[in-house]
Ligand binder design. Sequence first.
Ligand SMILES: [Zn+2]
Length: 349
Amino acid sequence: MKPLKKDYAPIFPQPAATETVEIAEGIFWLRFSLPFALDHINIWLLDGGDAGWSIIDSGFEDASTRAQWEAVFTGRLSGKPVETLFMTHFHPDHFGLAGWLQHKTGAPVQMTPGEWRMVQTLTDEDSVEQLEQLYRPYYTHAGVAEDVLEKLLNRRTGYRNIIHPPPPETVAVHPEQNILLGGRLWQIIGGYGHSPEHASLYNAEDNILIAGDMVLPFITPNISYFPGNPPGHDPVDLYMETLRRIRAAVPDDALVLPSHGIPFRGLHDRIDAILEHHTARLDKLAQVLSDGPQTGYTAMQGLFAHRELTSGDVFFALGETMAHLVYGVRRGHVIETFNENRILYQPAA
Ligand SMILES: [Zn+2]
């Protein structure tokens, strides 16, 4: 098996807080710290000459990120307008300051309709209430204790409290579309399983992939199952299909610009390692289930037995476990039975 934690030799020096590093002509790397275990995010600034800057992702809504942006606006970005704010997906570390940047620059925010719909759902009181009504029984059936359940619920429904108020509207961009950003033509590659309709960007001429969260060098993106999707929703399958599609569309020697970690080369190897990782997790889950019927929660404890899970981790770990259980159920490898307000999972005979 390919090692999942591979050391990539840095191709470029890492930018300091408000500095940028040019990684190709007119493409600048900006790195903001994040107040989580995942402690930073990469932002890409694309210089479109007289047309102005295109900015990829916005960072997390906090005072330190806003202060760093202010410094970047008087530094690297000074003297030219911002033309476009392009968001890879709705997650708060990426989209958190989209509304703030929009207000500051007047530039339109571009994102896929799937991601924008998610922002709208999670910032609307009524739809958040409806979500809660879906999530409560879902977490109960998964065997989550009452006190933990409230925390998990808040992780999802508290989205609107941790982002800057979103822009009033966004410009829709679509997978497969070619879009001019920073003087280069980029093909939008749709990504599924990590968020509703993630957008990666590939420029064939210079062989550069702005990967967003789809392919990361040191970690794998969280692939979670959440209720509220149409029947048959299968995030692990969607994500693996996305990886195979990116592998077919983008050459191995592309320069990959990920949202977390460092720019790297060796895309196909990395994709193969992540695919193998999910296959190994499915095998491990089958082993956990062979010990006897499990709820989602106890299956999670088995699947993550190698790690100490903090209460913050449980949200992602349970989502990840449920996604892999759904994958097994969909293929007839795992059967689910309903028992005393819990759903139990076991291997198919
Ligand atoms: Zn993400």
